[in-house]
Design a protein around this ligand. Structure first.
Ligand SMILES: Cc1cc2nc3c(=O)[nH]c(=O)nc-3n(C[C@H](O)[C@H](O)[C@H](O)COP(=O)(O)OP(=O)(O)OC[C@H]3O[C@@H](n4cnc5c(N)ncnc54)[C@H](O)[C@@H]3O)c2cc1C
Length: 383
């Protein structure tokens, strides 16, 4: 079973960054079925280096997350399972949830874990540790290395703009240092930033997580690649020499973008906000721009020298494929087009009406060209 850090270290000098993807546990049985089909398609289409599955806020999806991670692992993905401290009791009890979850993971062939503190449970404002439980991700990393030695590859979260708890409102923006300005965000006419003293605490703490046994960092989403570049340099200054994998939020919809950036107090550069506001009523334009913007970000990150581009897919495919195609990655799509998808053929662009088990598809064209059947290698999905 591969540890992700070993896979990352095998990257050849000058080669393109690896791709990794992230899913979250769906709420319904149908959603899970769809996700499993999507996981197969994405493995086939872009062959990610590893694939994450999140652990629902408040520990709400523990069992399902374990199931999805197992499914990932048995279908050829290198699974990177998120695990949080929430609702997990620490201590000698062999039935303790954390040990149980780690044992199950191990038994199911999952040996890469993202160790996190966790978001507050739904309806709670602040995160609270369970009595006698873990208080932060560092506790979880220490517990894993103390109890499981080097059996698990461990990654942890990093925050280029500071953790949301360490971001505060700035009464007097003229008091901000250059670094504070560079990290700052605007929300409802107010200015927020992670003050230099708080940022230092964040970096000191991140160093502790790595020193305790974490192999690499996956970052919170961001939209300003300069802030990420500074964070990577700061990691080096702090003696954190492991890979820093940028977490890329795919822009698929205006409402989701506003909600997530508000929740995480994410810095949204003025041009990006203006552009998003100007197209907010046109979902197709938002999707197309999401791809264009993602391509630009990935190009900047490739120049910075990242080893991996990690896509928060939101359980969707098209934006990730669009960005990767724009970057010149191979995206295999033909066998995975579905009924209703637009596909390219020698006869032009058509719509899939049905697909046989061997992958051949009946494709309908507008105008004079009638419906025709194509073998799976004769058509490819339009992204
Ligand atoms: C890549 C990524 C994946 C995520 N996946 C999930 C998920 O699957 N499920 C989920 O619920 N949430 C997830 N989150 C969100 C995450 O749980 C929250 O951001 C949470 O508030 C903090 O988690 P953490 O692991 O970063 O916490 P920690 O590393 O424990 O840090 C949290 C904050 O507390 C401070 N802190 C904690 N302990 C100390 C200490 N001893 N000394 C000084 N400072 C301390 C840190 O500086 C930081 O500000 C993810 C976040 C990221 C970036």
């Amino acid at each position: 079973m591969s540890k992700i850090i070993d896979l990352i270290k095998a990257k050849e000098e000058g080669s393109k960054p690896f791709i990794s993807i992230e899913f979250f546990p769906p709420r319904t049985a149908d959603g899970v079925k769809n996700l499993y089909a999507r996981m197969d398609r994405m493995k086939e289409s872009i062959n990610p280096l590893f694939s994450d599955v999140t652990w629902g806020a408040g520990g709400s999806t523990a069992e399902l997350t374990l199931d999805i991670a197992e499914q990932l692992s048995t279908t050829g993905h290198v699974a990177n399972m998120h695990m949080t401290c929430t609702n997990l009791e620490k201590g000698g009890d062999p039935k303790a949830a954390v040990r149980g979850a780690l044992e199950t993971a191990k038994k199911n062939g999952i040996n890469n874990i993202v160790a996190l503190r966790g978001d507050p449970a739904a309806g709670q404002e602040e995160w609270k540790a369970a009595d006698g439980g873990f208080t932060c991700a560092l506790d979880l990393v220490e517990y894993m290395t103390e109890n499981f030695g080097s059996e698990f590859g461990i990654s942890v979260a990093g925050y280029p703009e500071g953790h949301p708890n360490a971001i505060s409102e700035v009464e007097d923006p003229s008091s901000m240092s250059e670094a504070e300005k560079a990290r700052s965000s605007m929300e409802g006419g107010k200015v927020y930033t992670c003050r230099d003293a708080d940022y230092k605490k964040e970096m000191d703490y991140l160093k502790k997580k790595i020193d305790a046994g974490a192999d690499f960092i996956i970052t919170q989403m961001f939209f300003d690649t300069k802030v990420f570049g500074t964070f990577v340099k700061d990691c080096k200054t702090w003696g954190i020499n492991c890979p820093v994998v940028p977490g890329l939020m795919c822009i698929n919809a205006y409402a989701g973008f506003v909600k997530m950036t508000g929740f995480c107090k994410t810095r949204v550069p003025a041009e990006l906000r203006a552009k998003m506001d100007s197209i907010k009523d046109d979902p197709d334009a938002v999707k197309a721009f999401g791809i264009e913007f993602g391509i630009q970000m990935c190009q900047d990150l490739t120049e910075i020298g990242v080893e991996v581009l990690h896509f928060y897919t939101l359980n969707l495919e098209k934006t990730t494929y669009g960005i990767l195609k724009g970057l010149g990655y191979e995206v295999k799509g033909s066998a995975w087009a579905r009924v209703g998808d637009q596909v390219k053929t020698a006869n032009g662009v058509g719509v899939v009406k049905s697909i046989e088990s061997d992958g051949s598809a009946s494709i309908e064209f507008e105008g004079e060209t009638p419906t025709a059947t194509f073998k799976k290698e004769e058509y490819s999905k339009v992204f």
